[in-house]
Design a protein around this ligand. Sequence first.
Ligand SMILES: NC(=O)c1ccc[n+]([C@@H]2O[C@H](COP(=O)([O-])OP(=O)(O)OC[C@H]3O[C@@H](n4cnc5c(N)ncnc54)[C@H](OP(=O)(O)O)[C@@H]3O)[C@@H](O)[C@H]2O)c1
Length: 314
Amino acid sequence: MADVRSSFSAPRVRSSVSAPRVRSAVITGASRGLGLASAARLYRDGWHVVAAMRSVDSGMKALRELTGAREGDPRLIGTPLDLTDAASVTAAAKTITEAVGAPYALVHNAGISAAGMVEETPADLWERMFATSIFGPVLLTKELLPSMRAAGTGRIVLVSSQGGVRGMPATAPYSAVKGALERWGESMAGEVAPFGIGVTVVVTGTYDTEIITDAGTTDCRDLDGPYARHHRTMDKRGRAAMRMAARSPDKFAAGLAKALESSKPFVKTAIGPDARMLLIANRVLPSAGLHQMTRLMLGIPRFGALRGQGRSDG
Ligand SMILES: NC(=O)c1ccc[n+]([C@@H]2O[C@H](COP(=O)([O-])OP(=O)(O)OC[C@H]3O[C@@H](n4cnc5c(N)ncnc54)[C@H](OP(=O)(O)O)[C@@H]3O)[C@@H](O)[C@H]2O)c1
């Protein structure tokens, strides 16, 4: 007679350790720069990545080259997204939901920059800036929040800038949208926290991407106009400082990956030493002191120095 013990397979013990769940992250502006580096980093870390971008073909090619992912890898999905086009945002939200259900992380990274004084910057640039960094991201968030609320977990990350902490001269529209982004994040954090969703505002330092180059910025400056004197020193000093401070986008991606591990309802964090320094200075220095410090650093003439030179010829 066969040993009865051998006819029984080992009792199936239900493991108390469940298989780790693959978390999904949506990253906007994943075609290049910080978004590309972050999407690649999260993919390598095992996330299910939805890379949202305007040029999916070239962006996904770049992502596959960076990660070694094969075409059709279900853990790396591209979706078209133009944040200035409401129909594109709604369609992207649908693709995201169909692909991953409720995303765990929604990283609002896409952005544009512009150089020029308020007087030099046309109204349509302000509109494009707000459409890209506020209206489009708000709509995408509204589309995805119902599923995220139902899931009862998640994190929304808003990629801000030092310009969002302090308004910087010659970047008023950019500083304005980043400031608005931060206030939006603070407000929303109070709303979504009870549903288990956290919000992180990332104050980004200086990184070596196109946005800090002439080619990657809309240039509205009038170098011969009434602000010519400002531009002369700001151009030289600003660029030199940026060149010195700029770090690899991979360092930003590492910081973002860490930020996504937070379980706090609201976090405002710096990624990069220059951003960290600014947050400290902003806390300890009065606003008037920071104004003076910025003026001196950028070589902007003192109060009233250009009086009489601002009259128009007409
Ligand atoms: N690099 C820095 O030093 C720095 C510092 C502070 C903050 N940041 C912030 O970091 C974020 C990423 O910037 P980056 O340095 O990676 O700049 P970047 O290299 O110029 O990349 C910008 C990204 O935004 C995308 N984008 C622009 N307009 C869009 C639109 N209408 N719809 C969808 N995507 C759009 C671009 O897509 P396309 O390829 O289609 O143009 C690109 O993927 C931005 O929010 C920026 O303000 C960067």
